[in-house]
Design a protein around this ligand. Structure first.
Ligand code: A2P
Length: 309
């Protein structure tokens, strides 16, 4: 009754017309060796989209795997991200990332979090104050950071810029800022049927900003892979629960970044089925019983997430 899952060669288009492969490999929480093998397996399986970040500490390994794959650089969509302690120096940070990745440009550069942290604090990644709170830069904000990202577009070091972990409120604030001349092409957020973020999703859609879904499978020890509706649809389509979640993300028009370090899963995660609208809506309804945010670092006193999203 249903067609077999197909290798996902689908792409979405940014409002700038640049294309992005709908399914990309997420590399967060991978050790160096895992990341190397995962990227090689993914490229072999047909992925042409790899998502990394300075904060993942694996850009050099990811870059090496891309080189070793023998696939021309121009055929691969690479995203990396600006870390919080680098908000006042995006150009230098991107240059350092490019050096590690061994490439002259990335396809997409994202502000990882809307939180500028002290670059001279007690830790290079997560500086804290004596009271344990994050050491936040109070004379800076994400609007200034974004203005710095915009300048990178003229350097050729990145083709596009975007944001990550932006709530609707923060995105509105960014879009309304006089210094914002170029809209972000994407907002990369946690998104899965237990956290569909419909309000944020609709706001991004209205503004021509593509959502990229991270932790689409519900991250480690996922509660979603065993969700009744997901399992039922997996049986119906004759695929794994993970395939249903990835296919749902694509069905609703989001880029999706499943992470795996297991070659067989990397391969199967690249295969999607064409969900019927009725089944897509069934998955949309899962969150009616309650939502669950799985990635929720404490950025106090800065408000990052908005539960109305
Ligand atoms: P592993 O990396 O050991 O293969 P997310 O993309 O939501 O962050 O989820 C990543 C988690 O889901 C990892 O623990 C990963 O395990 C696991 N995972 C990835 N693909 C699948 C799959 N097809 N089936 C079950 N679990 C998966």
């Amino acid at each position: 009754m249903f067609t077999n899952p197909n290798r996902s060669t689908k792409t979405f288009k940014f409002y700038t017309n640049q294309e992005i492969p709908a399914v990309g490999l997420g590399t967060w929480q991978s050790t160096e060796e895992e990341a190397y093998n995962a990227v090689l397996s993914a490229l072999k399986a047909g992925y042409r989209h790899i998502d990394t970040a300075a904060a993942y500490g694996n850009e050099d390994i990811v870059g090496r795997a891309i080189k070793d794959s023998g696939i021309p650089r121009k055929d691969i969509f690479i995203t990396t991200k600006l870390w919080c302690t680098d908000h006042t120096r995006p150009k230098q940070a991107l240059q350092e990332s490019l050096k590690k990745l061994g490439t002259e440009y990335v396809d997409l550069y994202l502000m990882h979090w809307p939180v500028p942290l002290n670059p001279n604090g007690n830790d290079p990644k997560f500086p804290t104050l004596p009271n344990g709170n994050r050491d936040i830069l109070h004379d800076w904000d994400f609007i200034k950071t974004y203005a710095g990202l915009q300048e990178l577009l003229d350097t050729g070091l990145t083709k596009s810029i975007g944001v990550s972990n932006f709530s609707k409120k923060n995105l509105q604030k960014l879009l309304e800022a006089p210094s914002t001349k170029v809209k972000p092409v994407v907002n990369q957020i946690e998104a899965h049927p237990l956290l569909p973020q419909f309000n944020l999703f609709n706001f991004c859609k209205e503004n021509g900003i593509i959502i990229e879904a991270y932790s689409p499978l519900g991250s480690t020890n996922s509660p979603i892979l065993t969700n009744e509706t997901v399992v039922e649809l997996a049986k119906k389509y004759g695929v794994q629960p993970a395939t249903i979640l990835i296919s749902w993300a694509v069905w609703r028009g989001t880029v999706v970044l499943p992470k795996s370090v297991t070659p067989s899963r990397i391969e199967s995660n690249f295969e999607t089925v064409s969900l019927s609208d009725e089944d897509g809506e069934k998955l949309n309804k899962i969150s009616e019983k309650g939502t669950s945010r799985l990635i929720n670092p404490n950025w106090s006193p800065i408000e990052v997430f908005d539960e109305n999203d």
